[in-house]
Write a protein that binds this ligand. Structure first.
Ligand code: ADP
Length: 446
């Protein structure tokens, strides 16, 4: 009852063993008033199977494999031999000797397993179990010796001797049970500590993952700084030009109200544009708690290409973006998924710089309930000798590389129940497939 809450198979076996032992004693108590097959046959079988369960409980605690087949076979053999001696030979001392010998062997097995647990886990409780069962084994051994010395007759014990032996057996059983409660509680504490430790590690890994992803985004933004400067320069130039035109018009007293309104409109709309660019940058690098919403894969790819525009033009890279007929939607965190796309595009840009044909092909498709964003570059492709290292954290073949882009991207996709596959494409170059569960029209996952 104390241990039932733990719901461990180890406990179940031990308790079953004790119950069977108690059932055997109960039947023993009715010897003479019950038929022989019940008070001898069934009672001895219960005691034998009970001890087998005790051994099994300790084996389970040591994570030894189950031996249910063996248990069944041993029980059958026990019944057959026992009944053969009882019914065919009618030899009571031989039957008692057989029962005592079988118990002795099983008790020694209990001692062996308890001793193993005591040594491996430095468990005092297991030591108590081993000691108490050794005491019971000694009791059986003494009884066997008495039988042998009795020369074929059942030994007669003095009342005092019998009381001492029975009390010792009772105490041995009791000590064994108390010892086992100790083992089970130690095991439960161990499992609880292990669970708490695993949980702590998971939480730590998640925090580290988020920090890493944040750093990766900051780095990604650093690499597109040229594009950002360019993107900001356009509206700033427009604002300056409008303001200067207004200045000149007012100075020369030639500015009609309609004209000044038009110039002010330009200032306002370009200021809004700058504000939206800075908002985009801010939300991209801000450490975020993952958010979940509808994400249009094509749209986020287009946004990342916009960020990279100046670099693409400067390096003479041609991007062929094949549009899908309908928007392909997935569920997830738009910023994290944009980060994955940016990482893959950055790798493609690095790769095509090594060859004359600087082109990248992008396509978003649907395939078997999945949205697939394929980014194929015409670079040198992957070195087959490095295939099993590519994508491992910190593996890089680039002088300025960190080797974190692919592993962070894979981790992000895994959180979205998606995957990233990088392979050599037919006809040269490398191809990355970003796969995510497709969101059907209406918002449900396809
Ligand atoms: P990094 O870009 O910092 O090296 P990644 O994890 O993004 O880190 O990439 C790891 C490695 O994978 C790269 O150094 C490169 O060797 C290989 N790789 C990734 N993408 C490509 C690609 N498109 N073509 C060839 N090699 C690639």
């Amino acid at each position: 009852m104390v241990l039932a809450r733990l719901r461990l198979p180890v406990v179940a076996f031990w308790c079953l063993g004790s119950l069977l032992g108690a059932g055997s004693l109960f039947l023993d108590g009715f010897a003479g008033s019950l038929p022989d097959w019940a008070s001898y046959g069934v009672s001895n079988l219960l005691s034998f199977v009970g001890l087998l369960c005790t051994v099994q409980a300790l084996r389970l605690d040591r994570r030894a494999p189950w031996r249910l087949g063996w248990m069944a076979l041993a029980s059958l053999g026990y019944v057959l031999i026992h009944e053969f001696i009882r019914q065919r030979l009618g030899n009571a001392p031989l039957r008692l000797g057989f029962v005592a010998l079988a118990s002795l062997l099983l008790l020694l097995e209990v001692v062996r397993w308890a001793w193993l647990i005591a040594r491996r886990q430095k468990s005092k409780s297991a030591m108590v179990v081993a000691g108490s069962h050794l005491l019971l084994a000694v009791g059986e051994l003494l009884f066997l010796l008495e039988l042998v010395q009795g020369g074929g007759g059942i030994p007669t014990r003095s009342r005092v001797y019998a009381e001492v032996v029975n009390s010792a057996a009772m105490l041995g059983n009791l000590a064994g049970d108390v010892g086992f409660i100790g083992i089970a509680l130690e095991r439960a504490l161990y499992l609880w500590l292990k669970g708490a430790d695993t949980q702590a590690r998971l939480e730590e890994r998640q925090v580290l993952g988020e920090q890493l992803a944040h750093l990766d985004r900051q780095r990604g933004l650093g690499l597109v700084a040229a594009s950002l400067a360019h993107e900001l320069k356009q509206p700033l130039t427009a604002i300056l030009a409008s303001a200067q035109a207004a200045q000149r018009g007012i100075a020369a007293d030639r500015l009609a109200p309609a004209e000044s309104l038009e110039l002010l409109d330009k200032v306002v709309s370009n200021t809004r544009r700058i504000s939206s660019i800075s908002e985009r940058i801010h939300s991209f690098i801000r450490p975020t708690v993952p958010d979940s919403g509808l994400v249009d894969l094509e749209k986020i790819t287009r946004e990342m290409l916009d960020l990279l525009e100046v670099d693409l033009r400067r390096l003479g890279i041609r991007v062929v973006f094949t549009k899908a007929a309908v928007p392909i939607l997935v569920q997830g965190d738009a910023i994290q998924l944009s980060q994955v796309v940016l990482n893959v595009l950055r790798n493609a840009i690095d790769a095509v710089q090594l060859v004359p044909d600087r082109s990248i092909h992008i396509q978003v498709t649907r395939s078997a309930g999945e949205a697939v964003l394929g980014i194929r570059d015409m670079g040198p492709g992957l070195d087959p000798g490095l295939a099993d290292q590519i994508g491992m954290p910190y593996f890089t073949t680039k002088e300025q590389g960190l080797g974190m882009g692919l592993s962070i991207s894979t981790a992000i996709l895994r959180q979205h129940k998606g995957s990233l596959l990088l392979r050599n494409a037919q006809g040269g170059g490398a191809c990355v497939d970003i796969r995510l569960p497709l969101l059907a029209a209406g918002g449900a996952l396809a």
